[in-house]
Write a protein that binds this ligand. Structure first.
Ligand code: ZN
Length: 210
């Protein structure tokens, strides 16, 4: 006998309407028509996402403070950080590229990491962060703009080209960006928006809807 009080949900891929049922931990529900995964019951998704986020935040700081690489010309070595590279691009009239690098490799990851921490840390401590629906939407909006991996590829291609003419020494920030790429992917993969919405709503109602 179907549960008539269960919510209806639509499949993201084929729009088939179906009832939202409770799942056992570790299980997932799939669409009977197209086979797409509808949702999962990953019990530790908040813990795992928070752990990856905090680790990524520390690595992100290192990636912005330390130089990406140094170039040695006739014994003189000059190092450059990501922000200095952005300013240098701006000064050389490559303003669109400068803005793109600044937004996709600095602003977007910072907003993503801050939003995740703002939402998940209080939730972990049993509290509800104020205006959480707004931050959930910010997170959804900003995630596609976070392109640290594209920056990594660009820097690697430039490094290979530069090694023909100069002695190039990879900096701490380059390794930090490589680790950050993996940590951001891990945080995005373990983040379960459906569970976080449900837990935030439950905590909010538990607080008496302030
Ligand atoms: Zn479907």
């Amino acid at each position: 006998m179907p549960d008539r009080t269960a919510q209806l949900i639509a499949c993201h891929d084929c729009d088939l309407l179906q009832r939202d049922i409770q799942l056992n931990p570790g299980c997932y529900a799939s669409c009977p028509r197209c086979g797409a995964v509808l949702y999962r019951n990953a019990t530790d998704s908040v813990d795992r996402t928070l752990a990856y986020t905090l680790a990524a935040a520390m690595v992100f700081l290192g990636a912005n403070v330390f130089p990406i690489f140094s170039i040695e010309v006739q014994g003189d070595r000059s190092a450059i950080t990501l922000f200095e590279a952005v300013l240098s691009l701006w000064d050389q009239e490559m303003r669109t590229i400068s803005l793109l690098v600044f937004l996709t490799a600095m602003v977007a990851p910072a907003v993503e990491l801050l939003s995740l921490t703002y939402l998940l840390l209080p939730l972990k401590l049993g509290k509800v962060p104020p205006s959480y629906p707004l931050f959930m939407r910010v997170l959804q909006f900003i995630e596609p703009w976070c392109m640290v991996e594209v920056l990594m590829l660009g820097v690697l291609v430039s490094l290979v080209k530069l090694t023909n003419n100069f002695r190039v020494i990879p900096g701490m920030a380059l390794w930090s960006f490589a680790v950050l790429t993996l940590l951001l992917a891990a945080a995005a993969a373990s983040f379960n928006a459906r569970d976080v919405w449900a837990q935030l709503d439950a905590a909010w109602q538990g607080q008496g809807e302030p």
